[in-house]
Design a protein around this ligand. Structure first.
Ligand code: DMJ
Length: 540
């Protein structure tokens, strides 16, 4: 019977083909040629599509866990309210004296900016603060920020900006605001801005320039970076945002750019298994062999881990690169001081510099976050390593007069977790130590992390607060410190957000559903198999 059915089908197909051939013969030469051309075009289009490997179209993920996270314990609630009050103080003063400028000078009470934001007023503090305002329930302030963005945020300006900073603060901030609030304006602005960054990738290797002019698209590198190099922590900290951009637009261009960077890095030799901080975008060769888990290297490692987490653990290539990298880091850069403090040093010109930066302190949280799923099931080991880094960084705070951590501290001859050089004694409202307390709190619920976070909150409020906002201080060992008169935008994006989360319940932005970019902007895990557009009460 089956044979009979097949024979009939073949006969029918044959007849159909004959009919089609007859039809074709009736057509004019021109008509046939036009048809061939159409077919050719289709094939070219298909090939192009294949070449650029589009991401599968998927609906918005189920956004679970943007509840208020209000703690039951009145003491913790009071602490959380204090952090919210500090956010209000920072925001209100920026609103009053710096509105529209990138940052605030809280003592001079006027706007402030640095070269990373270019020469135009892009409201960096507004964009960076939005999601913190949102989760704290500061809805009026959030709306004001949204209105400013809607009316004033314009990227067609003749201004040269840092690709990395604009990505982590602006694109990250806009995307998080979009996912939390559902307001289209944030998505539209994020995509517009991303388009302006794309020309930075026009280099012989596809490794982007550090800076790009938003109007002309001309890119270049920092003058100080090893022989015209791009920086690992800059071109290696685009992945999360760019994958989300492709996901939201259906346009694979962003995804392709960052995957190209990854593939290129994967192919390169790594001295001692370590990634140097500098890579020349013209030649594709490493610059100086400096390796750091602090400035210039830090968030590259963070984004390998977070690419895996953000993909719902599907991107195993990223996880492997992370595992390989931290194995080499542990072997070559992590040591114990004479006094028993675990620290992460820097590799410079063939030797280990026994110095750790405030920036490096984020790694405690990263090790804890990466513990689950680690190679050879070393989860306990990495959680312990995270705890040790948290302890060391707490010591760096505790051994100062102001109980605020210095920019860098040494572990050399008698000196332990203390800054030695005058120009390393400043604290500029950085978040990394508090970030690590928060991750450790989420994974262990050891009350000491809340205690340490509270110490830092009090110290910031006592020594960095001025009537016009919050300022960095120049020397954490001096009892009469001078101010640097800058309220950094990351203070609102990160420092205050991590403190607020530390004193909130875990159901506010649970880590199973959200991954924080390096500027603490939460982006949802793309649970591709478990997605829904509506019907989730937590969404909006
Ligand atoms: C922030 O912009 C980000 O956390 C970045 O990854 C490192 N530096 C600052 C905060 O210190």
């Amino acid at each position: 019977e089956e044979e009979e059915r097949l024979r009939n089908k073949i006969r029918a197909d044959h007849e159909k083909a004959l009919e089609e051939a007859k039809e074709k013969l009736k057509k004019s030469r021109d008509e046939i040629q036009a048809e061939i051309q159409t077919e050719k075009n289709k094939v070219v289009q298909e090939l192009k599509k294949k070449d650029s490997k589009p991401l599968p179209p998927v609906p918005l993920p189920n956004l679970i866990g943007i509840n208020s996270g209000e703690p039951a314990d009145p003491d913790i609630r009071e602490k959380r309210n204090k952090v919210k009050e500090m956010m209000k103080h920072a925001w209100d003063n920026y609103r009053q004296y710096g509105w529209g400028h990138n940052e605030l000078k809280p003592i001079a009470r006027k706007g402030h900016s640095t070269n990373i934001f270019g020469n135009s007023q892009m409201g960096a503090t507004i964009v960076d603060a939005l999601d913190t305002l949102y989760i704290m329930g500061l809805h009026d302030e959030f709306r004001e920020g949204q209105e400013w963005i809607d009316k004033n945020l314009d990227f067609s300006v003749n201004s040269e900006v840092s690709v990395f900073e604009v990505n982590i603060r602006f694109i990250g901030g806009l995307l998080a605001a979009y996912y939390l609030s559902g307001q289209e304006v944030f998505k539209i602005k994020a995509v517009q801005l991303a388009g302006k960054l794309l020309p930075a990738f026009n280099t012989p290797t596809g490794i982007p320039w550090a800076m790009v002019n938003l109007k002309s698209g001309v890119g270049r590198n920092w003058g100080w970076a090893s022989a015209g190099s791009s920086i690992l922590a800059e071109f290696g900290t685009l992945h999360m945002e760019f994958v989300h951009l492709s996901y939201l637009t259906g346009d694979p261009v962003y995804y392709n750019k960052v995957m190209h960077i990854r593939k290129l890095l994967q192919k390169m030799d790594r001295p001692n298994g370590l990634y140097p901080n500098y890579l020349n975008p013209r030649t594709g060769r490493w610059g100086q062999h400096h390796t750091s888990v602090g400035g210039l290297g830090d968030s590259f490692y963070e984004y390998l881990l977070k690419a895996w987490l953000m993909s719902d653990k599907m991107d195993t290539e990223a996880r492997k690169m992370y595992d390989d990298a931290i194995e080499a880091i542990e072997k070559h850069l992590i040591r114990k001081s004479n006094g028993g403090l675990t620290f992460i040093g820097e590799w410079k010109n063939g030797h280990l510099e026994r110095k750790m930066g405030h920036l490096t302190c984020f790694a405690g949280g990263m090790f804890a976050l990466g513990a689950d799923g680690s190679r050879d099931d070393k989860a306990g080991h990495y959680l312990q390593l995270g705890a040790e880094i948290a302890h060391t960084c707490h010591e760096s705070y505790d051994r100062t007069t102001l109980k605020l951590g210095p920019e860098a501290f040494k572990f050399d001859g008698g000196v332990e977790a203390v800054a030695v050089r005058q120009n390393e004694k400043y604290y500029i409202l950085r978040p990394e130590v508090i970030e690590t307390y928060w991750y450790m709190w989420r994974f262990t619920h050891d009350p000491k992390y809340r205690q340490w976070g509270w110490e830092a909150t009090q110290a910031i409020d006592k020594y960095c607060r001025v009537s016009g906002g919050f300022s960095g201080v120049k020397d954490v060992y001096s009892s009469s410190p001078t101010y640097d008169d800058v309220q950094q935008s990351f203070f609102l994006a990160e420092t205050l957000k991590y403190l607020y989360l530390l004193f909130s319940n875990d159901d506010l932005l649970p880590l199973d559903n959200w991954v924080f970019n390096t500027e603490a902007h939460p982006l949802p895990v793309l649970h591709l198999a478990n997605t829904t557009l509506s019907g989730n009460p937590a969404y909006r």
